[in-house]
Write a new protein. Structure first.
Length: 429
């Protein structure tokens, strides 16, 4: 029996036990994990420091090192996320719909766990805990397969979680330790085995860059919930509040450039190039390289030279549009109307998160209705596309597909529905 199959069978047993747990019992296990993470933070940080040191030695760029790095504050955030999940309503058992047929059959559609989920993800060790917490509360077991860059961190986190769930209070085990397993050999064969584990894994979620997601979608024989890379756009309309647009551009691009909800392209109405672009250049202050189309380049170049920052503005290539930089780089595209902005964004985005800054209610409504993305913002940063920010406590990822789940995925995304039918002896004529 190969290692992945063995892990999956353990997880199936864990899911079977967990399916009988009440919300109170699941919350008790999650609370034990939160306490254990707090108590063991120094061990976790030491393991993470080894990962960060190795990543830097191997030349990982700093925006991606930031995704990998844990701090005491970030561990506090992870613990807070667990506590939010604890406070949320358990979706398992919720009745979605119910009715009685003319022949007296009582039918109810009810939420149930998916079973065994697997998540394949890059860096970001916080995903390890987020995925576990959501899976556990929704009654699912989870197989984690993180990247080799975060291996020490993930091993430490999973060990803490399993130890916490294995504790006994008055002779009763706190939780179901078999509900979480880590694929940790580092071999790429693990991924192939997970993607081909039909009958063992109910759903797999890829969370990372475009290459990882494409590989999982193309090769998986088990069902996939496709999360998306983030080629996110900000459209600055001709009647936008320029100060607001500059603040949103700065936040969306520079707060954390290496995350999927960061902005990658600024789309600007041609009527405001001369007035708005120098303000944008001043707001970014040389902290971001701007790769400009033909119309925006001379305006931004002149503004940058005047400010003594000529090197931060360059001419764009065609490949810069629709590209996820995950860095302090952004493309600048000029359009003649909101309709052209919508058409451009829909042909270059990854259906993740898009934003318009405008004072026009008509344009805002048109943009939200016609842009094809999981999250469409008016006058707010795309950085809010996050399970925690949406009130979910944590997230499994941002689904960019249209079936089963879309947008930040919380507890309900790990459930399906089942029909329960009660009769009194009815037979079909």
């Amino acid at each position: 029996m190969n290692e992945i199959a063995s892990l999956c069978r353990t997880l199936r047993q864990g899911a079977s036990v967990l399916s009988n747990y009440s919300a109170e019992e699941k919350n008790r296990g999650l609370a034990a994990v939160a306490r254990a993470l707090d108590c063991c933070r120094q061990e976790i940080l030491a393991a993470n420091a080894r990962d960060v040191e190795r990543a830097r030695a191997e030349g990982m760029k700093e925006s991606l090192v930031d995704r990998l790095r844990l701090t005491s504050d970030r561990i506090d955030g992870i613990i807070d996320s667990i506590n939010v999940v604890i406070q949320q309503t358990d979706p398992v058992g919720q009745v979605v719909a119910g009715w009685t047929t003319p022949n007296g059959l009582r039918i109810r559609q009810q939420r149930v766990p998916l079973g065994v989920a697997a998540i394949i993800y890059e860096s970001r060790p916080n995903v390890t805990v987020d995925a576990f917490a959501l899976a556990y509360k929704s009654g699912n077991s989870i197989l984690l397969r993180g990247s080799s860059s975060a291996l020490d961190s993930n091993k430490a986190l999973v060990a803490v979680i399993q130890s916490a769930l294995n504790q006994e209070v008055d002779g009763v085990r706190v939780g179901v330790a078999d509900s979480i397993q880590l694929a940790c050999s580092g071999s790429h064969h693990e991924v192939e085995e997970i993607l081909n584990a039909t009958g063992l894994i109910d759903v797999v979620l890829p969370r990372g860059g475009a290459q990882l997601i494409r590989m999982v979608v193309e090769k998986a024989r088990v069902p996939v919930i496709e999360t998306g890379s983030g080629v996110c756009h900000l459209f600055v309309d001709k009647d936008a509040d320029f100060q607001m647009a500059c603040a949103i551009a700065e936040n969306g691009k520079l707060q954390r450039p290496g995350v999927c909800n960061a902005l990658e392209t600024f789309v600007v109405h041609e009527a405001i190039l001369e007035e708005f672009l120098p303000l944008l250049e001043s707001q970014l202050a040389g902290r971001c390289q701007l790769r400009c189309d033909r119309a925006s380049f001379p305006v931004l170049k002149a503004a940058a030279e005047k400010a003594g920052r000529p090197g931060c503005v360059v001419e764009a290539s065609e490949e810069d549009f629709g590209y996820e930089f995950l860095d302090t780089i952004a493309a600048v595209k000029t359009v003649a109307s909101v309709d052209e902005a919508i058409q451009y964004i829909n042909s270059h985005n990854t259906m993740h998160s898009e934003c318009i800054v405008t004072r026009s209610l008509d344009n805002a409504t048109k943009f939200q209705q016609q842009v094809d993305a999981a999250c469409v913002y008016v006058n707010a940063s795309t950085r809010f596309t996050d399970g925690g920010e949406f009130g979910f406590g944590a997230e499994l990822g941002i689904s960019t597909q249209k079936l089963h789940a879309r947008g930040p995925m919380g507890l309900a995304a790990l459930t399906t529905t089942k029909y329960f039918i009660d009769g009194t002896g009815q037979v079909r004529s």
